[in-house]
Design a binder for this molecule. Structure first.
Ligand code: ZN
Ligand code: ZN
Length: 140
C-alpha cells in the first residue's frame, strides 16, 4: 500500500516509524517553522528525546532545515524538494513576525551573496528579517 508520507521518508533514506510519520505530518500541516516544544505540543507526545532525535535525523537527511530566528529556540521547517543531506538548497530568507512570533520560510527570496574582506571563509549564511507577517500586517 502506497503511503505518500512513508514515501517522503524513504526517499530521504529515513526508515518510517510511527513517531517519524507523526512529526512529518505536523510539519507538513503547519505553515510556519516549529520549535521542538511546538512539535511536542502539536503531537501531544511527551517523549522529548524521541522528538528531538527525529528532528535531528530529518535535518541530517535533508528533509528539514534549522532556523535560528533570535527567539531563543531553534525552529525547524520542511526543506524544498531539491535538498539533499550534503547540499541544502534552501538558502532563503526567513521572516520572524514580532506580533504572532511565527517564523516563515520565504522560499522565493534567496539570501544574497555577501562579499567579505580578506581570508574569511563563510560556512553558512542565514538571514532573518523581522516585522509583521502578511496575516498580522493585514489585520492592521
Ligand atoms: Zn504575524
Ligand atoms: Zn526555511
Amino acid at each position: 500500500m502506497a503511503h505518500p508520507q512513508e514515501d517522503t521518508l524513504i526517499a530521504r533514506q529515513i526508515t518510517p516509524t510511527p513517531v517519524r510519520l507523526l512529526v512529518l505530518d505536523v510539519l507538513q500541516h503547519h505553515p510556519a517553522a516549529l520549535s521542538l516544544a511546538d512539535v511536542e505540543l502539536l503531537l501531544g507526545y511527551a517523549d522529548r528525546i524521541t522528538v528531538h532525535r527525529t528532528l535531528k535525523i530529518f535535518t541530517e537527511k535533508g528533509l528539514v532545515h534549522r532556523i535560528e530566528d533570535g527567539s531563543g529556540a531553534v525552529k525547524f521547517a520542511l526543506c524544498e524538494p531539491g535538498c539533499t543531506p550534503e547540499h541544502h538548497q534552501d538558502f532563503h530568507v526567513h521572516f520572524f513576525c514580532t506580533r504572532c512570533r511565527e517564523t516563515s520560510c520565504l522560499s522565493t527570496v534567496a539570501v544574497p551573496v555577501i562579499a567579505l574582506p580578506g581570508a574569511y571563509q563563510v560556512q553558512e549564511t542565514s538571514l532573518v528579517m523581522k516585522g509583521l507577517c502578511e496575516n498580522c500586517a493585514s489585520a492592521g
